[in-house]
Design a protein around this ligand. Structure first.
Ligand SMILES: Cc1ncc(COP(=O)(O)O)c(C=O)c1O
Length: 395
């Protein structure tokens, strides 16, 4: 059941849809039964080391965590976040324009509710038609309409396709550059146009930039990341996470930055709600944000895995059909003979689990997403298995 269908089920109240990855339980078991075990590329959960600076800060600050942490983030954390935005994006924000969150999934899921409390006159959340499922779920959890914005052949938002009646009701527009699951991004002009489109219609922009450090150009080389804050702070929030940048997903650290009034509102709301990032986690995130060397290393790991796997998959009839950014491959059948679920089943039989593109919206149904967040050793195992597996018919 889609979130929208779930919310409209009469009499039953809000019926939760199955959690997207739980739909893979059977195929997970298939892959796990292969001798040598599963190579799980279905979830973008980092496996490489956390930077030493972060680990040290975490441990050193733990004993001092007797009191409550600052909900909005310690002055050090907010300052480090603002400095990182200045350094990496060339955009100036003050520490008072930053608020901590407990990883960004929590923020993504709760932002529509927070913003609709502030402005109940609008009831719609717009989000990319192929996207991280939590954008739609956040709208459902707020009792709002989730309206997907179609994406074009290059996986960019087609805002011209949004019905003006939906735009007039829209509270919020989600952007995600570079994008999960497609890897598309580095689209400065598209982002500028989207911010202008939203601003002219009184729609707030939440720009999820959690993969910004894994922005690449068309040749696959590291490129300057883009932030929606480059096009003015007014009505814009940029959402950032330490999970992918610094392999800290288990610690739960993120922040949101931008429009001073919105950030202050979110900070106050979060104080009332007790949404505190633990102090040692804030200390670790502060230290990680001050270090760029580990990010360079991580980028190189993902690039090497991409180079290793793409030709192997091509020999098995699968082409990467997304952009060069993030650490996801967005694969489709070269012959067009298989849809995303068929590809997922075929790969699961070799022990490799990927995510069917349909989990990211109906427009993704022909694709699968493969996360390069597996160790090099597991990657070699899957390369070996794929090379020995039968080629699909017609390839
Ligand atoms: C697009 C996108 N946004 C947000 C998140 C949430 O990340 P976290 O809660 O670890 O910060 C993810 C995680 O996969 C994601 O892919």
């Amino acid at each position: 059941m889609t979130p929208e269908a779930a919310t409209t089920a009469r009499g039953a109240g809000f019926v939760l849809p199955p959690y997207p990855h739980d739909r893979l339980a059977e195929l997970h078991a298939t892959a796990a039964a292969v001798p040598g075990g599963i190579v799980d590329c279905s979830i973008g959960t980092p496996v490489d080391p956390m930077p030493d600076v972060a680990r040290r800060a975490l441990v050193e600050s733990a004993a001092a965590a007797t009191g409550y942490p600052a909900t909005i983030g310690s002055p050090e954390y907010r300052t480090a976040a603002a400095a990182w935005i200045g350094r990496r994006f060339g955009v100036e924000v003050g520490p008072e324009q930053v608020v901590a969150c407990i990883g960004t999934k929590e923020l993504v899921a709760s932002l529509p509710r927070a913003l609709s409390l502030r402005d109940p006159s609008r009831d719609t959340v717009l989000y990319p038609g192929v996207a991280y499922p939590t954008y739609a779920m956040g709208a459902a959890l707020a009792g709002l309409r989730a309206v997907p914005v179609p994406v074009d052949d290059a996986w960019r938002l087609d805002l011209a396709a949004v019905d003006e009646s939906d735009a007039a009701r829209a509270l919020l527009l989600w952007l995600n550059d570079p994008a999960n699951p497609t890897g598309a991004g580095n689209d400065r002009a598209g982002m500028a146009a989207a911010v202008a489109w939203a601003r002219s219609r009184g729609v707030l922009v939440a720009s999820d930039e959690c993969y910004a450090e894994f922005t690449c150009d068309d040749r696959g080389d590291p490129a300057e990341p883009v932030t929606a804050l480059a096009f003015g702070h007014d009505g814009v929030l940029a959402v950032h996470s330490l999970s992918k940048r610094s392999n800290m997903a288990g610690l739960r650290a993120g922040f949101v930055a931008g429009d001073a009034a919105l950030v202050a509102y979110l900070g106050e709301l979060r104080k009332h709600g007790g949404l505190m990032t633990p102090a040692p986690v804030q200390a670790a995130a502060t230290a990680a944000l001050g270090d760029d060397d580990h990010v360079v290393e991580q980028r190189a790991r993902y690039a090497a895995r991409r180079r290793r796997l793409v030709p192997v998959l091509e020999r098995r009839g699968l082409v990467h059909d997304g952009g060069p950014s993030t650490f996801y491959l967005w694969l489709r059948s070269a012959s067009g003979a298989e849809d995303g679920w068929s590809i997922t089943r075929r790969l699961a039989a070799t022990g490799l689990l990927v995510a069917p593109g349909e989990l990211y919206g109906p427009q993704g149904a022909a694709h699968v997403r493969l996360a390069l967040s597996v160790t090099d050793e597991r990657l070699e195992l899957t390369v070996d298995r794929l090379e020995r597996s039968p080629r699909p018919e017609g390839s």
